[in-house]
Design a protein around this ligand. Sequence first.
Ligand code: GUN
Ligand code: FE
Length: 425
Amino acid sequence: RGRLLWFVDDPDAAGDAAYRYIADGLLVMADGLIASVGEAAQLLATLPPGAEIVDHRPHLIMPGFIDAHIHMPQTQVVASYGAQLMDWLNRYTFVEEQKLAQQGHPEKLARFFLDELLANGTTTAAVYCSVHPQSAQAFFAESERRNTRMVAGKVMMDRNAPEPLTDTAESSYADSKALIARWHGKGRQLYAITPRFAVTSTPEQLAAAGRLAAEHPDCHVQTHINENQAEIAFACELYLKAADYAGIYEDFGLLGPKSLMGHCIHMTKREWRAFAQAGAVAVFCPTSNLFLGSGLFDWDRARREGVRVAVATDIGGGTSYSMLRTMAEAYKILQLQGQSLSAFAALHAITRGNAVALGLDHWVGSLEPGHEADVVVLDTAATRAMAHRLETVRDLAEELFVLVTLGDERNVAATYVAGEAIASH
Ligand code: GUN
Ligand code: FE
């Protein structure tokens, strides 16, 4: 019981009709699903005898947050000083990711990582593991134990990385294939074919990834594109026959409606068009783009070009696990470009918006009956500064804007996964 808020449509298209808000609502959960939702005054009388009622008033109850791009092996890379993308990868990330070869390390990281996501109210994520198959194995095993709905994959990379971090076209194909057979569709686990980016894959490996995508059209594909000028120059030098960076992925059958393309900051007209035609998703990673000095994502342009957008933390290029913090930075990035982002648009993006972009909207991102009961409970007055600020807000829109702008994991009062409350931190 609490204040229920969820989205049925995009606020940019549907305005106030896009969301549902019930000031004294009841969300009934049974067998891991949402059984019914409505006014507490009406629904309380319909509960079966013995039903447990958890009173979260005056907190907000929303669908669990969704993070469309995050790296499990980078939890100890976050906040590494003084480098832009290529340098950051070589100096910090590729050093850290080698540790996942150590016995027990992937399991330890998977536990920390899922604890941290859930503490931030994130119940679904699209996750990059390391090149080691056991990193994906450890992640899926931990996610299955917690019954979280997760999309993840073993990174494929066979060049331009330290030798211990490389696989081969053949081994990456075979290892990914085995992980798909073991985990894709098992409980709530889903597999994403994960060539890291064009720079770290040979044409043979991108061809192998394309073969996997063709053989498993219900798996996601996730990769990076057009994040940084030095990266773009390097990728295009390696693939001289491609029309442009997006053309590289297109040529290997890796640009489609299940493709989650990280960053998309420096895009040509042709690339936007190729994305729109393919139905590919541009994944906006605000804190990462600022931290690595990569550039400003042009959300209005994506909208104009008809390109689908998701939002993400991109830990450890990104600096916060919180999707609220992420949207506060998104707002500032759009401000610098004369664009706007309302609290409704921001909260839509990290729930229903990301669910639709990832094609998971029949399962998650909504409080409508039949959806999986992944829920975040938010205390909008969790900090002194926020409680103080809230004394002067006049309506829901203002309150939610304060939440998006100042909020983080301190505002997460509880997280539910498939109807079960997670012990908070
Ligand atoms: N491009 C290729 N790999 C990475 C990564 O790990 N993080 C970011 N931000 N960009 C990348
Ligand atoms: Fe990334």
